[in-house]
Design a protein around this ligand. Sequence first.
Ligand code: G
Ligand code: G
Ligand code: NA
Ligand code: MN
Length: 253
Amino acid sequence: LDIEEHLPLAIKNNELEVYFQPQVNSEKDMLIGAEALLRWNSKSLGSVSPAEFIPIAESIGVINKLGMWVVKEVARQTKFLGLDKHKDIKISINLSATDFKNEFLVEEITYILEIYGLDFSQFEIELTEGVLVDDYDYVKPKLDEFQMNGISVAIDDFGTGFSSMTHLKKLNFDKIKIDRTFIKDYPKSDSGSIAEIITYLAKRLDINVIAEGAETKEQVEFLRGIGCSNIQGYYYSKPLSASDFKEYIDTYF
Ligand code: G
Ligand code: G
Ligand code: NA
Ligand code: MN
């Protein structure tokens, strides 16, 4: 109830912030991208996780406003931090199921990127398998539309949903993000076999692959060994505020 009450005012009260989590190619030691992650530091509630407030934003009808705020802030920071001069650094933005119900979703996003004079091809949207399960028929045309505009499409938390194989065949994802659950227990209680199979699958289908949630050198080395050199995880960095991300970028250039 508290979240429902305070969330609609979060934008106006300046309580939202976009963080960036670096994505690194471990083989080339190159920064290849960053995922934009929303943060809410509420004056009344303290810090609330998007895992908690995004579903509520969807149910109370403010997800579209939040989503467009994120896109605008990402666009602004891309310019402000000078990321637009490094076009090979891909910036990804999470979209939720309800976002796809907005018939002008793609138009609204490309409009914002255009206003900031940004290359669409520097951006990527992420969706989870869950989005596809119920809503395939209206999600599919939107994904095509993103890709026709040069915005790439990544499937997030891969392997945790139910219909991965069916959708992989029908949709042209540009990237598979291996869910953290398949990496976090390696080597303690997990042989890494699922991560290995997903990487193999991605290669066979000619789709880029990245592993989420690698925290140790051992995990990064295992992943490189199975052919998954792209990593997003605490081993390289936690999600960073824009200014900290700027400092992080500078260590790479
Ligand atoms: O960053 P963190 O682990 O707290 O994120 C928790 C969840 O919230 C993740 O599943 C992430 O995808 C989701 N999330 C973070 N930022 C956004 C956002 O801007 N939009 C949407 N729809 N989900 C987000
Ligand atoms: O669901 P999604 O993949 O969008 O969630 C991304 C979230 O995963 C980020 O908010 C980030 O905080 C979290 N995350 C990323 N890397 C790691 C990691 O190495 N360890 C842990 N515990 N969480 C991570
Ligand atoms: Na996500
Ligand atoms: Mn993600």
